[in-house]
Design a protein around this ligand. Structure first.
Ligand code: ZN
Length: 233
């Protein structure tokens, strides 16, 4: 029997999944995290995740699945590859790890079942620049059905960021009262630099552009309340 008050966050220690962690803490009584080590270039990523989970007072589980990174070639696990600056025409950036969210969510669901957790939370977003197919809403809905059929359970996959752009994701962090934590204690940079990062990789540029857009908007109001209203609940 799955407990509807329990949630599992697929957690990388980056801006998106960290925002989802605090979103989960607001909505569920008992929150777990699972972090995957799959041969990322930067070991600091999983270490940042562990520290943040500790700070948030939630369970942290690191799972080692190097197979995923070694199956195909991509620039997140291959240190010699140069990252695509933008999405190449008709294909995906070479930061795409084929099947990553399929594996992650599949493993997360097994973990959730073993721990009686009904809710699974992932920080995927369709509005991300990359257009990764396994970040799309249709994929997540389809997988949710598949996982339920696979284990004869009624999991609910939540995607709080699915329709938010980066500015709205910052607004969500602000509304949850964790703006500074997300800004300073998460790692999104492809060059492995925490917080505001290297400033020039595609991930840093996306993160910073969103932050600037949100802060400009926030500045227009006396407090953050109205700026946050742009997030659709
Ligand atoms: Zn960077």
């Amino acid at each position: 029997m799955l407990d509807k008050n329990k949630a599992l966050v697929v957690f990388s220690g980056g801006q998106d999944s960290s925002t989802c962690l605090f979103w989960a803490l607001k909505h569920f009584n008992e929150v777990h995290t699972v972090t995957f080590s799959y041969g990322q270039r930067h070991a600091l990523e999983t270490e940042m995740a562990r520290r943040l989970a500790e700070k948030a007072g939630v369970d942290f589980h690191l799972m080692d699945i190097p197979l995923i990174g070694s199956l195909g070639s991509n620039s997140l696990t291959d240190a010699s590859a140069v990252m695509d600056e933008k999405k190449p025409e008709g294909t995906f950036p070479n930061t795409f790890v084929p099947g990553r969210n399929l594996f992650f969510l599949g493993i997360a669901a097994v973990y959730a079942r073993e721990h009686g957790i009904k809710n699974i939370i992932t920080g995927v977003s369709e509005t991300d620049f990359s257009g990764y197919p396994d970040c799309r809403d249709s994929f997540i809905r389809s997988l949710n059905v598949t996982l339920n059929l696979a284990m004869d359970e009624q999991f609910v996959i939540h995607t709080p960021l699915m329709w938010l752009d980066k500015a709205e994701t910052w607004a969500l962090a602000d509304s949850l009262g964790v703006m500074d934590i997300i800004r300073n204690e998460t790692l999104t940079c492809y060059n492995g630099i925490p917080g505001d990062g290297c400033g020039h990789c595609p991930s840093c540029r996306l993160r910073r552009a969103g932050l600037e857009k949100y802060l400009a908007r926030r500045h227009d109001y006396d407090d953050s309340t109205q700026a946050i209203e742009m997030i659709q609940e």
